[in-house]
Every structure is written in C-alpha cells, then in structure tokens.
Design a protein around this ligand. Structure first.
Ligand code: SPV
Ligand code: MN
Length: 650
C-alpha cells in the first residue's frame, strides 16, 4: 500500500511537470486547432474534459489526417446510436437477421493479425531481443506519419474514450481512440468500458494510452485497398499506437492487443502483470465459486473454456493481475468478446449459439450471408447455402482464390463481437473494482503429442517455467501465415511482448513472491492425439478438467506425482465424467490420455532450452535449472519404467 501511495505521488509530480511544460503554448495551440476544426457541439464535448495533455493528441492528428468532419463520442445513447448507424450507412456493416446483428467484411487477405507489419518502435539503446519485432522509432514514426498524411480526406473521424479494466479502480487504464472507421468505433463500444466520464473524473491526472487508426482508402466493397501500406506501430515512448490500411479487429481495435503491449510494459515497470488470459468462475460443491485465469494461444479453446456451460465468465482474452494483501487479484481488461465463430454449434456451444440466433447487438465478421439476410459459418452443424456473399465477395461452393486455394464459406478466423452483458453466464464480478481472487492459473496450448490433458505444477516457479515459459503451440489461422507449425509461445503472450522475454519471465517469477498462498499452476492440453492421430478427448472434456482443478485447489482431491507434475487419479475423474458429461470414463481411456510420454518430453525440454540459450539473451538462470531438474526426473523414470509410463504404474 505504501509503495502504491509513493508511486502515485511520483506519478502526480511527473504529470504536474508535464502539464507545466504543456500547459503553455502547446495546449493553447491544440485548443485553437480544435476550435477551428470542430463544430461547436463537438468542441464543447471534448473540452468538458479538463486535461491539456489530451487536446494535443486529437488536434495533431486532425491536422495530419485531414478528415472532413470530427465526431466526439460522449457515450450517450444518442452518440452510440449515431456511430452504429454511420457504420451501416457507410457500408462498413450490413444489417442481417436477427435484429441487432450486422456483418462486417475485411479485405481478402486482411483477416488476421499482421505480425510481419506489427512492430514496436524503439529508440537507440532499447533491445527487446530477436523474438520481438521492433523498428527504429524515428524511421517508423516518419513512415507512418507519411502514410497518415491526408489519409482521412473526405471521411469522418471518431474520437472515443474508454477505460481498460473496471472504472474507479486501481486497475483502471484510460484510453483515447481516434479512428475513421465507424465499425472500429462501434466494435469498441461492445468490447470496452465507457471512458468519457472517467476522463472527466480523472481530469489532468489521467495517464492514458492513445490510439490512431485509419482504414485508408477503401474499394467498392468498403474494404481497405492499400494492404501494402498496412502498418501497426506501437510507440512505447509515447504510449501511442498507429494502425493504417487495415480493418481486421486484431489490427485495428486499438484497445485489444495493441493496448496490451503498452500495458505489459507499464505492468513490468510497476510490478503487476498483463496477461493473454481468460478469467472465469468454476462452480464447485455447495455453491462454491473458485476463480481461475488461463492463457492459451489464439484458437486453442480459450473462449470455449471461458464459456463452459454451468460456469461463469469474467473475461475470455486479456487480464490484469495485481497482488493485494498477499492474494492475486484479476480483472477482465475488456467487457466484451471478439470470439471465433468457426465450429460454434448448438450442441457444444449452446450459449454462443443462442446469442448468435437471437436478437441482440452483435457484429459478425467474415462469414457468409445470403439474399434472405441469414448468415452462415463453417462447421456450424447445419446446411450451408451453395452461394452468397463472404469475405471474398460473391461466393459459390468450390470457389478458388488467385492461388488456387479453395475459399471456405467463412474465414477460419471469422469472429463475432458482443458485449458480455448480453450473456446469461456472465459472472457478477465483471465490474468489481477489486477484481477476483485467483486460485488457479492455467496454461494451454495446441499440442498433439506431449502433455497430458491436465496436470498441476509442483509449485509457482516450476509452473511458470515448465508450463508457462515452455508453452508451445501449433500455429492457427488467427495470424496470417502457415498453419500447424509448432511454435514457441511463452505464456501465449509472445506476439504481444514489449519487454525482453527474460525480463517478462522474471516478472512472472517475482509475482509469485510474497503471496500467502500462491495460486496453483496447471497445464491443460485439449489436443493430445493417440497413435492413429485421432484426438483422445472430446471437445467438452475440458469441463471435467476444470471441475477437477476446482476440487484440487480447494484441497479435496489427491494427485499422482509424475516427473513433470501432478496428475488426477482415475477414481476422482470417473465420477466427474459421469455427473458432468454422463460419460462412463474407462480406465483404458484414462491410461491412454495420462500416459507420461518421456521421449516427447525430453525433446520438448531440448527444444525449449535451445531457444532460451540461443534466442533469448536475458533468460533467468533458474529457467535452465528447472528444466534440467525436470530432465533428470524424466531420465530416472525412464530407467525405472521405460519410455511410456501408464499412470497406474506410478
Ligand atoms: C487473438 O488472436 O488472440 C485474439 C483476436 O484474441 S485478436 O484481436 O486478433 O488478437
Ligand atoms: Mn487473444
């Protein structure tokens, strides 16, 4: 607590100095620009926020991007309606059935995060290591400013205010977004907490993140035309993000993964964590609710886990974690969901299905729609029409793209955007300024051959290193590029890191210190396959793993110790399978799923050790020691039991 007060004092002094510098000419100039360029109403709306450092940001970008009109959103019902209707009027969204639903398309080839053109801008002397894409700040800044020059000509610019994390909380992070896309402004409305009042409340003490987005020129389908000038630059020096010539949410919705990079840096400086994590309440016996956070790379079941039937969702993508009174507390940074639609079906995903089929405000991107205004997606479990419109324009079954690749009816990374408040399974703590107490942290990846479906780490350090820092996953369609390649992805956060990997791992290790009872750390693997390459689990078996973890962190079940961690006992899993899934879980299933695969584990340790030795220059020493100790345990077990150990032998 003392430290927080001290940090706040220092921060306030810093801000006061900044205000003194800016309070004079620069903010006068900015106010003058806003007065000249904005209509009176809009000018009044923005100047109700008493913060000279704020004015400069929109003023500069209005001068640079030259929009024909500026709209300042105060989060009033009227302003929000205007944004949604503008998106429809501009053709950025198309109304479909049921009521409240709209479809949005991104340009063909703009349906995923563009890793190649997403860079952190760094000044000389800052080295984030070779796994993090950086660019020289001066060069990147100059380039993106050239791209932005006049880019909004003839278009409307929207200014929006948000708050990441609950408002009025230690977690609150104010943000200002400017964009020429009503779709982006509308999506953020569903995904983020309103911030106009928070900006007014915080006045000149607000320390905020800034986002500039332009979709650039669009073609007759209203999709970005100049994909060759697609750039996403994160300026960590100024806490500002630039995104140009793209529409895909992951590249444009500034508050999502772009803000995440800024927050990872802020967290690292201040001793808390920003994680690519879901947060959810698991409902145990006697109405007990125990909270878990969980990191999974994109398209590895994170949203479907957060939406498990019978449990409650706090968040499905990004969490801030802080230590408070010896406990870990987490909040959902967002309040909406940008979920993958492919494979969502009535049986496995009843809640998403209901939301997609019933009236309510939802934006669906890159799916197929037909003349009746109905929309369809791949693996939805019902018949798909032979033709319609999708992300490739007019579509018919069997259509191929220029590279002879068949175009599916919807893109594998097609998404739906909704406000969690429309869901029946929303956890009541969503907006609790204190967050929830986290009892378990879960790491999951797409791993076809190594890790068992669920396993507990021996302790915090063992978990952070062997489950988090050693996380690997086979690539998916969430990013542009080849699918199915095994990639190293520490804490599923590699794409979003803005501090060197070693420092980030050290931050995670340090976070476990000084806790009364650190959360247990688990790994889950929904994708383990057998000898014939078939998955060993059903999609909903994850329900069982979570019910088991809930019992485990409450001290109600014992485990079997393996060289890599602690696994469930058959006798505890079988009744859970029976009650939760009405499935008679057999000993044979258990033995196959939970066999310790020593050669695969040894190979994994070798791969991970090599990466940390050769690609990361600041790896904490304890990482190598922990992996080496695991290797020795595996070798000892191999001597005793052979290469594959069935759990009943342990
Ligand atoms: C992910 O890819 O991890 C997402 C969607 O959650 S995006 O906004 O593209 O990051
Ligand atoms: Mn994500």
């Amino acid at each position: 607590m003392k430290e927080t007060i001290k940090a706040n004092q220092e921060e306030n002094e810093f801000l006061e100095q900044l205000d003194a510098q800016l309070g004079g000419n620069m903010s006068d100039e900015a106010v003058e620009t806003l007065k000249n360029k904005l209509e009176e109403d809009e000018y009044q709306k923005i100047t109700r926020i008493n913060n000279p450092r704020l004015y400069n940001f929109p003023a500069q970008h209005i001068e640079l991007c030259t929009p024909k009109k500026v709209f300042v959103c105060t989060d009033s019902a009227e302003d929000l309606k205007y944004i949604r209707e503008t998106s429809i009027r501009n053709g950025e969204e198309i109304e479909v059935a049921p009521e409240g639903h709209t479809i949005h398309f991104d340009a063909y080839g703009d349906q995923g995060r563009d890793k190649a053109h997403t860079n952190i801008l760094v000044t000389d002397g800052i080295d984030l290591g070779e796994s993090i894409s950086t660019r020289n700040r001066d060069q990147g800044y100059t380039e993106v400013h050239e791209i932005l020059t006049g880019i909004m000509k003839g278009r409307e610019l929207f200014v929006r205010f948000f708050c990441l994390g609950p408002t009025n909380s230690e977690f609150s992070m104010p943000c200002v977004q400017i964009t020429d896309s009503a779709y982006v402004a509308h999506s953020e409305d569903l995904l983020y907490r309103q911030g106009y009042e928070e900006f007014i409340r915080q006045g000149s003490s607000a320390r905020f993140f800034k986002f500039v987005h332009s979709q650039g020129e669009v073609d007759e389908r209203n999709v970005s035309k100049n994909l060759d000038k697609r750039r996403i630059y994160i300026d960590i020096t100024e806490d500002t993000v630039y995104s140009t010539n793209t529409q895909y949410g992951g590249n444009t919705i500034g508050l999502k993964k772009l803000a995440m990079r800024l927050a990872i840096r802020r967290a690292s400086e201040e001793g808390w964590l920003t994680e690519h994590m879901l947060v959810m309440g698991i409902h145990g016996p006697n109405n007990r609710v125990t909270y878990f956070s969980g990191a999974y790379p994109s398209m590895c079941g994170k949203t479907s886990t957060a939406m498990l039937e019978g449990e409650t969702i706090v968040g499905d993508d990004i969490a801030y974690l802080r230590k408070n009174d010896g406990q870990v507390r987490a909040v959902n940074v967002e309040k909406g969901m940008f979920g993958i639609i492919q494979g969502v079906n009535e049986k496995d995903d009843p809640i998403q299905w209901q939301a997609l089929k019933n009236p309510g405000e939802i934006i669906i991107s890159n799916v197929l729609y037909d003349d009746n205004g109905d929309f369809y997606w791949t693996e939805m479990g019902t018949a798909i029409p032979e033709k319609g419109n999708n992300h490739s324009g007019e579509w018919f079954n069997g259509k191929k793209d220029g590279k002879e690749k068949e175009i599916p009816c919807s893109h594998p990374n097609a998404r739906f955007t909704l406000d969690l408040n429309i869901l029946p399974n929303l956890d009541p703590t969503l907006d609790d300024p204190k967050g929830v107490v986290v009892s378990g942290v879960v790491y999951g990846g797409r791993d076809s051959d190594t890790c068992v479906p669920v396993e507990e780490a021996f302790d915090w350090v063992h978990g952070i290193i062997t489950k988090g820092a050693a996380l690997e996953s086979e690539t998916t369609a969430a990013t542009l590029g080849k699918e199915g390649v095994r990639e190293f992805n520490p804490m599923s956060n590699l794409d979003f890191l803005s501090v060197p990997i070693g420092r980030y791992i050290q931050d995670n290790l340090d976070f476990g210190k000084g806790l009364n009872n650190p959360p247990a750390i688990f790994s889950v693997n929904y994708f383990i396959t057998g000898k014939d390459g078939q998955f060993l689990n059903e999609k909903n078996d994850k329900k069982v793993w979570f019910k088991w973890m809930e019992l485990r962190v409450n001290g109600e079940v014992e485990t079997i110790e393996t060289p890599t961690g602690r696994i469930p006992k058959y006798a505890d899993l079988a009744p859970i399978f029976k009650t939760v899934l009405q499935h008679e879980y057999t000993m044979d299933e258990y033995k196959e799923q939970f066999t310790v695969r020593i050669p695969e584990h040894l190979a994994k340790i070798e791969r991970i050790t090599k990466i940390y030795q050769t690609q990361v220059s600041d790896t904490p020493k304890i990482l190598f020691e922990t992996l080496e100790a695991q290797k020795q345990r595996l070798l000892t077990a191999k001597e005793k039991y052979g290469e594959y150990i069935s759990p009943d032998r342990l």
